[in-house]
Structure formats: structure tokens, C-alpha cells
Design a protein. Structure first.
Ligand code: AMP
Length: 399
């Protein structure tokens, strides 16, 4: 079965093609990968693709997103990256859709009703759901009635207990849908199952704390395979400090900025989503590697940014442990979580009182690894997230 996966964002599109059999359980390498970067240069898009051992990169004079997607998909069947004789060989297309609201607790086959729901949920995810819908519609135009599947970033958190999902505002917020939805669900769900496989136990018997630390950062408390708490909320702005997002703040700060600084909603949106976090605090970059490098060279602002990142990470890890009522394993994933031994060490140093101990020889590996010491009371796993593979599996399950 050949499955095309599309992750459509507002400034980039990423796609890959898997060829998988029904019994395929390990994440295989895709046959083909491609990406569109719309930020490269105004009036054009940068297309990169690799397949059949070849890769190409070109800048195309395209501004229409659907036309860009079509050019990307065409590298499957023409040019040096060709891996298919015809697009008709594609059996299904899987999409990452950011917001499924309260409507979806699982992946679904895309129908007119599903598209209408994604559209209706745009006010909850104004930067993402329109791009996701556009991706679905572009694929419809290119591939006709090839089955399409939507996997929602919110779905894994949809079974959270009410006490965890409800914000303590006026009760009518509940009816308005102002609640904690949580995001990064595809990643949290994948790494939780992979952690259970790695420790050789049934996920139903485990209490897992999954830490997705990338440019966006969130934690999930996964008990018996269900997300019972998470740090992102009504929007992806809640919770941990991130690359350029502030994470949780005293809401009184916003009232103060509106009253004293005359800030508009759009200005606050930019300030908190794009000019805060590692970038805002360090004054340098949203990239953890650059901030750590500056800290190592004695930059005090960069050091404070890393200290605050770690402090808030540990604090929220503690909160997730309380929601779990115990802890079998911590999982690190995402660009920072998969690579930064400094973050592993400093985050875990807060939990030695639980008997959690890391190995002495910490280093990045290509493979998933257990970085806890042999006598640690809690396993600590570094797992490479495979969101695209998880979406392909959802297509297979619904196929
Ligand atoms: P992602 O959004 O998952 O691609 O993650 C991007 C983040 O991972 C950026 O902040 C990168 O600086 C960070 N990252 C990647 N490699 C490393 C590394 N070796 N050490 C620290 N952070 C890293």
C-alpha cells in the first residue's frame, strides 16, 4: 500500500511517501520526501525533493499554495526523484490537521462533513486549519477520489478528564468551547506507544511523561495509554517556554499591557507567539543550539533564557507527575528532546529524589535509547518522533 503524507503549514509544506504492508510495525524510511519553503524569497517557493537515491532543489516562481503542492507531488512521477510510474499508484493520503476541536477523538476518513468541521474550527486555529484544509483540497484536485485521512493534533488529548481540560473562568466558557485541547498529540501518542514497546510492557499498565521539546514545546501525562493532562491548552501558546512563544504567563500581564501600553490583540499575538520564549529572552534566536552556544560564551541574557526554559520545564514535569500519580518513564522527543544532553541532565536533576538517575555516558544516537542508569527507579527514553509514520499508520488502520 502506498501512502502519501502531507503536513501543510502556513509557511511550509512537508510530504513523504511510504510503501507499507499490513504487518509493518517498525517505522520504515519513506520512498520519497519533499518540502516547500514559502519563506525563502517573496514571489517564489523553494522546492526540495529526494527519492530513488537522488535529490533536487529548485526555486519556482509560484505563489499559489495549491500550485506549489502540485509541483511538489509531480516530483514523485517525473525528474530525478521519480519513484512512481503514475500518481494513480497512491492508495491513500494522510494529513496532519492541527485542530479537531471536541469533534474528533480519533483519525477519520475525509468527507465533506469532515472538511466542513475543519473549516468551522478555523477560529480555534487560525494559522493552521486553513492551511490543512487547503492541503486536503489540493490533493483532491490532484488525485481525484483517492481516500484521504485526517489525523488531528488535538485528538490524543480529547479523553482528558474534565478537571484537567476546564479553565476556571465563568462556566459559560465550557459551552463556548474555551477549554484545554492540547496539541502535538500525534507525537505524544507515537512516542508513548514506542516507549511501551521499548520497556516491553503493555501501555495500559504504564504511567508515562512525554516531553515534546522542539521549536514548540509541550508535555503530556499518559496514563494507561490515555493523555490525562497536557501543558498546551486552548491554543499552543499555553504551558512551557518555547522557541518564540512565551508559554503560560500571569494573564494580568496582558491586562497591564493593554491598559498601560495600548496593545491591540494583533500586537499581543505577535509579542507572545513570535517575540517571546528563547528568542525574546536571549535577544538572539529561537534556536536552542544558538542560545546554548551564546550561553557557553558568557552571554548573560542567553544564560537566563536557558535557566528559565529549564526551570519551567521541571516545574511542568512535576505537575504532570502529580496528574499521573506515579511515573514509570520520562520520554524526550522533538529537536531539543532528541539531541540536547544538557536539557536531559538539567531537567532530570530535579527528580533524583524519586530515584531517577541518568547514565554517565550521555550522547546523541541515531537510534532511540534509554539514557537512565541501570539502577534508576524511572526509565528515561530518548525517542525520535515519527509523526509522518504515525499518520501513515492511521491511513492503514482506516484503509
Ligand atoms: P523541531 O521543532 O522539533 O525541529 O526542533 C527545533 C529545535 O531543536 C531548535 O530549537 C533546535 O535548536 C533544537 N535542536 C536541534 N538539535 C539540537 C542540539 N543538538 N542541541 C540542542 N538543541 C537542538
Amino acid at each position: 500500500m502506498k501512502i502519501l503524507v502531507l503536513n501543510a503549514g502556513s509557511s511550509s509544506h512537508k510530504s513523504c511517501l511510504f510503501d507499507l504492508a499490513k504487518d509493518n510495525s517498525d517505522a520504515p524510511n519513506p520512498l520519497w520526501r519533499a518540502a516547500l519553503d514559502w519563506t525563502h524569497q517573496a514571489g517564489s517557493v523553494e522546492l526540495s525533493a529526494s527519492g530513488g537515491g537522488e535529490s533536487v532543489q529548485q526555486v519556482l516562481p509560484i505563489t499559489d499554495k495549491a500550485a506549489g503542492i502540485e509541483a511538489m507531488v509531480n516530483t514523485l512521477v517525473e525528474g530525478p526523484t521519480q519513484v512512481l510510474g503514475s500518481l494513480a499508484e497512491i492508495d491513500a493520503v494522510g494529513h496532519r490537521v492541527v485542530h479537531g476541536g471536541r469533534d474528533y477523538v480519533d483519525s477519520v476518513r475525509v468527507t465533506e462533513a469532515v472538511k466542513a468541521t475543519i473549516q468551522r474550527l478555523i477560529p480555534l486555529a487560525p494559522a493552521h486549519n486553513p492551511a490543512n484544509l487547503q492541503g486536503i483540497e489540493a490533493m483532491e484536485r490532484i488525485l481525484g477520489d483517492t481516500p484521504q485521512v485526517a489525523m488531528f493534533d488535538t485528538a490524543f488529548h480529547a479523553r482528558m478528564p474534565e478537571a484537567a481540560s476546564t479553565y476556571p473562568g465563568p462556566y459559560d466558557w465550557v459551552e463556548q468551547g474555551i477549554r484545554r485541547y492540547g496539541f502535538h498529540g500525534i507525537s505524544h501518542q507515537y512516542v508513548a506507544q514506542r516507549a511501551a514497546d521499548m520497556v516491553g510492557q503493555n501501555i495500559a499498565d504504564l504511567k508515562l511523561l512525554t516531553c515534546h521539546l522542539g521549536n514548540g514545546c509541550s508535555l503530556a501525562a499518559v496514563k494507561g495509554g490515555i493523555s490525562v493532562d497536557t501543558t498546551m491548552g486552548f491554543t499552543p501558546l499555553d504551558g512551557l517556554m518555547m522557541g518564540s512563544r512565551s508559554g503560560s504567563l500571569d494573564p494580568g500581564i496582558l491586562i497591564y499591557l493593554i491598559r498601560q501600553g495600548g496593545y491591540s490583540a494583533d500586537q499581543l499575538d505577535t509579542l507572545l507567539n513570535k517575540e517571546s520564549g528563547l528568542k525574546g529572552m536571549s535577544g538572539l534566536s529561537n534556536d536552542m543550539r544558538s542560545v546554548i552556544e551564546a550561553m557557553d560564551q558568557g552571554n548573560a541574557q542567553a544564560k537566563l533564557a536557558v535557566d528559565v526554559f529549564i526551570h519551567r520545564l521541571r516545574r511542568e514535569m512535576g505537575a504532570m507527575m502529580a496528574s499521573l500519580g506515579g511515573l514509570d518513564a520520562v520520554v524526550f522527543t522533538g529537536g531539543i528532546g532528541e539531541n540536547s544532553s544538557l536539557v536531559w541532565q538539567r531537567a532530570c536533576a530535579g527528580f533524583e529524589f524519586l530515584g531517577l538517575r541518568l547514565r554517565d555516558d550521555l550522547g546523541r544516537t541515531k537510534d532511540d535509547q534509554d539514557i537512565a542508569a541501570a539502577d534508576s527507579a524511572v526509565r528515561v527514553l530518548v525517542i525520535h518522533t515519527q509523526e509522518e509514520w504515525a499518520i501513515a499508520q492511521a491511513c492503514l488502520a482506516l484503509g
